[in-house]
Design a protein around this ligand. Structure first.
Ligand code: ATP
Ligand code: SF4
Ligand code: MG
Length: 383
């Protein structure tokens, strides 16, 4: 670990200048107060999040806590803090990769952004400047065409009793996106874009391979002409050779249709290949964020370093230095005090056990949340 990180600007100053990414570590007391006050209504008054047209998505301090219910009476005995203060902005037409161990809150982040998990616990989600959670049900229904999701398991997300043409076209008809006269050509065009043939329309999902099924899922999402897609482990269930085809398809479609992706994956090589920016999640928080190249070339957070040390190096002369994390990921229902990673961090210091670290911009656009960088004070460019 490099304990002498390069210079960093005053964090307060750059929060205002670079709103691209701000993480805030959770404040358990604050969250609890909010629960007691009754969720949304009891939320603290914050200054409104200002829309920046450069970003299709602006997420600020997003939290999603699931109640834990006990016994016959279903009394709430605690909360699973699945997402516990996530902040980032996503540029139009770009891809942000989201990585982290199983259970760290990646899927919940994606679903909460799309308002697919009931109410949020706290935070802001601006999509094209519109707070998603302020929309009425009718407005949200209309908004769904713009925000789509592709799941990991293409089979379970496709109705086995519907022919593929119906699956892809159902929502197109529901939302009246094209006239009856144009409908068939429209479907053929979308299917063609996704590498499917017109005769596939009359077949059923079980008649397709895994890769083809994922193409059907992509076509179903694209048929609504979305602007933003959460891709939740879209290739994890596929053979390696098919994975590349689907990734390339997603990239081509992004270019053709100016799509923006939030790309959730365990596979760091895939994330490196497809993403413009990468966020690393641990126990409900982003601990590091930056441009893909910066993050992969120069990971800063001890957790990111450990995670990335497992990436195979395709050079037999280079020895891998694998960092094995001790212990398992703590429960998001009872996260550790201070830095949530302190129970597993080889560089843990005394203050890490009690004080939550603040986010800092270590090089332009590269942010980390770790006390190792607390004393870095100089401005950029000063050696
Ligand atoms: N509906 C729910 N009710 C209660 N707890 C939930 C619910 N959904 C998710 N969780 C919990 O929230 C935490 C985060 O789950 P999530 O599915 O977001 O993780 P993930 O990072 O996507 O994991 P994976 O990589 O395994 O898909 C987990 O502890 C999970 O058990
Ligand atoms: S804040 Fe402390 S415990 Fe947390 S990652 Fe940094 S060094 Fe490790
Ligand atoms: Mg998941």
């Amino acid at each position: 670990m490099d304990n002498n990180p390069k210079s960093v600007r005053n964090p307060v100053q750059h929060l205002n200048e670079h709103a691209d990414f701000i993480t805030s570590q959770p404040d358990a007391g604050e969250a609890d107060k909010r629960h007691k006050k009754g969720g949304k209504k009891g939320e603290e008054q914050k200054s409104p999040l200002i829309y920046d047209p450069k970003y299709i998505l602006q997420v600020r301090d997003l939290k999603k806590h699931f109640p834990i219910k006990d016994g016959m009476l279903g009394r709430v005995s605690g909360y699973v803090k699945a997402v516990d203060g996530v902040t980032f902005n996503l540029e139009r037409g770009k891809t942000m990769g989201l990585v982290g161990e199983s259970g760290c809150g990646k899927t919940t982040t994606g679903r909460t952004i799309l308002r697919l998990s009931g109410d949020k616990t706290a935070g802001d989600v601006l999509f094209n400047g519109q707070e998603v959670y302020d929309l009425t049900n009718k407005e949200m229904h209309d908004m769904r065409t713009k925000m789509q999701i592709i799941f990991q398991d293409p089979f379970s997300s496709l109705s086995p009793r519907m022919p593929v043409g119906e699956i892809i076209g159902e929502a197109v008809r529901e939302h009246n996106l094209v006239s009856k006269a144009e409908y068939n050509d429209y479907l053929d065009d979308i299917m063609d874009k996704c590498g499917l043939q017109p005769f596939h329309k009359d077949r059923y999902p079980h008649e397709f391979s895994g890769g083809q099924r994922q193409r059907i899922c992509i076509a179903r999402a694209l048929a609504l002409n979305p602007e933003f897609i959460v891709c939740d482990e879209p290739v994890s269930a596929l053979d390696v050779s098919i994975q590349a085809q689907i990734i390339n398809l997603l990239k081509d479609l992004q270019e053709q249709m100016n799509l923006t992706y939030l790309f959730i994956s365990h596979d760091l090589s895939v994330v490196e290949h497809i993403s413009d920016a990468v966020g690393v999640m641990y126990l409900g928080n982003l601990v590091e964020y930056g441009n893909t190249e910066d993050i992969f070339k120069n990971p800063l957070h001890p957790y990111t370093k450990a995670l990335f040390s497992a990436i195979p190096i395709p050079d037999p002369n280079v020895k891998m230095k694998r960092i094995v994390l001790s212990g398992s990921i703590p429960s998001p229902a009872n996260p550790p005090e201070g830095c949530k990673f302190h129970t597993r961090c080889a560089q843990c210091m005394e203050k890490c056990k009690t004080e939550a670290p603040q986010q800092k911009e270590i090089e332009p656009g590269h942010y980390v949340v770790c006390h190792l960088y607390d004393d870095v004070k100089e401005a950029f460019g000063v050696e």
